[in-house]
Write a protein that binds this ligand. Sequence first.
Ligand code: ADP
Ligand code: MG
Length: 571
Amino acid sequence: MERPASVVKELLDNSVDAGSTMISIDVVNGGKTLIRVIDDGEGMSPADAPLACQRFATSKIRHQRDLSGIATYGFRGEALPSIAAVSRFRMLTARQRALAGTAVVIEGGTVQSVEERGAAPGTRIEVEELFFNTPGRRKFLKTTATEFSHITHVIQQTALANLHTQLRLTHNDHVVFDYPKVAALEDRLLQVYGPRIMAMMLSIQDERTEVHVRGMIVNPNHAKTGRTPQEIFVNRRSVKNTTIAHAVYESYGSFLPKGRHPTFALMVEVDPHEVDVNVHPSKREVKFRSPDLIHRAIKAAVRGPLQKNVVGPASILSPGLEERAPDAVETEKPRQMRMDEPFVKRSAFSGASDVQTGSGRGQGSEAGQVKETPILYPLEPEVQILGQIHATYIVARIGDALHVLDQHTIHERVLFEGLWRGWENRYIQTQPLLIPEPVDVPVAAATPLAEILPELAKVGLDLECFGPASFVIRSVPALVGQMDYGALLEDILEDLSEWNSVDSLDKRIRSVLASVACKGAVQAGRRMEEPEMKRVVLDWFREGSPMTCPHGRRISLRFGSEELHRIFRRL
Ligand code: ADP
Ligand code: MG
């Protein structure tokens, strides 16, 4: 039981096992203050109720009752007692036709009272102040936004696996979502992910072999750098499984540009005897007795829709190019920036992937030192734009080196550096939008987003809450201009789920600015005029020719005289 979401997961499992058709979940402060789960399931008898919450009381016989369940997900031990041991725990439960119910109160594992009490059929459990008696663990809880996003995630997983149950969630008394029961998986996917994401998805349905596969996978043209959702269900249990994940990645193969990930939700139904649950029952990992069979089935299910849907646009992104890069890629090291091109100053963030690793710190101070000496530009190189190819790459001569530059990543880096300087000087110029832009976000993301509005405002991104899951954008950083605002917020929200309370403001802002730069930068596939290309190459040069965009993708393939001579054997 490491966090509020694990508590929610256990309680939901129990409610589902009890045959509930309606489960309502109320959460206060990301579950740190209160988690309440109310169901209309079979309830517990006055004799069973106190036993279910006490350690060593759950009889093995009771477990044996549902052998098929064990075949799928194994023993999970004693969830209720472990929750009751680390919280203020209250339960009210009544069997379907019982005249009265049972109320049980436990504080930090000590039973306070067991009473008969009037109650609706079903079970209601309240878990208050999780870890109140284990301050060490309480300290490790993340921000409300982070804990809450884990909670919405487990509820959404339960919703995907249980179509016939209604699930309703409130956070701090606001309704976050309410999914009525549905007849088909597609309807549930739509409830959970919303029309915006579903429009980027291909539907999967393959029941040709005994391994049944259903769900959705992202259309590679819309694949992003993030990895959510990547949901795998085996026999209606959310699991982690490398065989299935690997089969999906392999199916995408060169359909995906480097640095992009497939997103998907796959429900796999297979003979329970195929599933080996003795791996890590607690971590929900499963292994298959014949992984090859599963691997083949997944590839067969995923490959068809992928091939049918990918014609043209993805090739703009030249999938696989980077894997086939010539020798020059291997020999290219940062030091070469200085060899025949005058070195101006190092980028404040030239780490390979400063957003993900947050490794920009040490270099930041270095840049700080450089800043004190005046920056001179007399050494600016001659830049000659030779052309643009595939409407994606700029070919240029810089000094006496030949460069092939990715128009998106180079512009992204330039924007990011400009934004970051603005942030460091606490001056980011904003530009109001003539017509404020409405954006809808997934309903579960609205609360976390609302909480960071002040931080976004600090970097010139002014958003206003406009309904339960709607926002309007009023202004954006002047440096960036037009972009796909919906995609921007999606990006920001994805990073947000990884923030935690100890992250510095700088680190959070850095990830926001990286998203802004990415969405504001010229995209692959757009024709550029020569002056525009020259501008961005010069700007990049002035930033110290950093080698990657803030997300770690390559900017330039460089052939200095040395490489050229070597390639043509002129040494
Ligand atoms: P497990 O689910 O592994 O049996 P738990 O500690 O989660 O262990 O639950 C103990 C028992 O309490 C369950 O087996 C079930 O009989 C009963 N129980 C728990 N939650 C509910 C509920 N919401 N409705 C009905 N019975 C429940
Ligand atoms: Mg349980």
